[in-house]
Write a protein that binds this ligand. Structure first.
Ligand code: NDP
Length: 329
């Protein structure tokens, strides 16, 4: 098996030096065990947090050990009747080409016509995050004007389309013209390229003259400050991520305009999608239906080979992906 280990803890933006490719021989699977060959793995922004040695909702990665994350694989040897040879499985044992498992933490993919890797994207954690943030946290209403940051990414591009289907007016922010065009092609009402504007508050006021009722926060920093200035009374903010701060080497100052929360009587709530996993069935059924009806689209950016996994991960912070960032193994 080839595995990517954490070689050192990144300071600031991760570099390839923080990762190391290792090869190890795996034993034959024993009674009750299976050998899984991974075919796809996910890289996600939250993994940056696990590279820091601190207590959080998931334990930190350890230096000299293989990283972990969402993966899809196929059982190639089996001594476990629950996972016969040929079974497609999802696990949290990404960042490696093969692994031995006793079945714990393995989930068989349902029989669908969908591509396997969609269970790392639209049918998996990122899609569920978009839906959870909009409905379970922000309590989305059809009359809402919604602003979504990192709008062309895995979570953002799904959130944009769900909000449109719900009847909302949707504004997205992205880091390139190509991404803006992509979102407009999905029916998003207005897109801001934050790299091309020096006044986000004003750009947002122009994109949403009627004000913003729901902010799906993926970025933080200036994005939050500008949005607070443009929120309507009784607006809701679902804090999903703060990617602009994940590589910060110093604590970041909060928005200078937190008083807007009071003046506009806003609600702001963070969430972790895993806490809502009991509702995954509901999500999967709804999303499956939207996909069958051709109502939703998704994109993937694919890096090939385990050795490219660090570059795919680093690419998340450089905006190299449109839709879900994946590694094909
Ligand atoms: P994305 O597919 O959106 O990839 C990250 C994107 O973020 C990049 O493509 C880039 O797009 C944008 N970005 C990177 N750096 C910056 C920056 N400094 N300022 C503004 N934008 C930046 O990732 P995901 O969809 O997987 O995740 C999106 C957000 O959701 C993240 O904040 C993540 O942590 C969070 N998340 C939270 C979960 C939860 O349970 N709370 C679960 C899953 C994700 P661009 O070119 O537009 O800049």
């Amino acid at each position: 098996s080839q595995q990517i280990h954490l070689a050192s803890r990144p300071e600031g933006t991760p570099t390839t030096d923080n990762f190391e490719l290792h090869s190890t021989a795996l034993p034959d699977p024993r009674e009750g065990e299976v050998l899984v060959k991974n075919t796809w793995m996910s890289v996600d922004p939250y993994m940056r947090g696990r590279m820091v040695d601190r207590k959080s909702y998931v334990p930190p990665f350890q230096i000299g050990e293989a990283l972990e994350g969402g993966a899809i694989g196929e059982v190639t040897e089996s001594n476990n009747p629950d996972f016969p040879v040929g079974s497609k499985v999802s696990s949290m044992l990404g960042w490696r080409t093969h692994f031995i498992s006793n079945g714990e933490g393995l989930t068989r993919l349902p029989e669908t016509a969908l591509p396997d890797q969609s269970f790392l994207g639209i049918m998996g954690m990122p899609g569920m995050t978009a839906w959870t943030g909009l409905f379970r946290i922000a309590e989305l209403k059809p009359t809402d004007t919604v602003f979504i940051s990192a709008a062309s990414g895995a979570v953002g591009s799904i959130a944009c389309q769900i909000a449109k289907m719900h009847g909302c007016k949707v504004i997205g922010s992205v880091g390139s013209q190509e991404k803006a065009d992509y979102l407009l092609s999905l029916g998003v009402d207005a897109v801001i390229n934050y790299k091309e504007t020096n006044n986000l508050t004003q750009a947002l006021a122009e994109a949403a003259p009627q004000g913003i009722d729901v902010y799906f926060e993926n970025v933080g920093g200036e994005h939050l400050e500008a949005t607070l200035n443009n929120m309507n009374d009784y607006g809701r903010i679902a804090v999903c991520g703060l990617i602009s701060q994940y590589n910060a080497t110093e604590p970041q100052p909060g928005p200078s305009n937190m008083a807007m929360l009071i003046i506009k009587k806003l609600k702001m709530q963070g969430f972790i999608v895993f806490d809502h996993w009991a509702h995954y069935g509901e999500y999967a059924q709804q999303m499956g239906q939207w996909i069958t009806e051709g109502k939703i689209k998704w994109e993937e950016t694919v890096f090939e080979g385990i050795d490219q996994a660090p570059n795919a991960f680093i690419g998340l912070f450089e905006g190299k992906n449109k839709g879900k960032m994946l590694v094909k193994l």
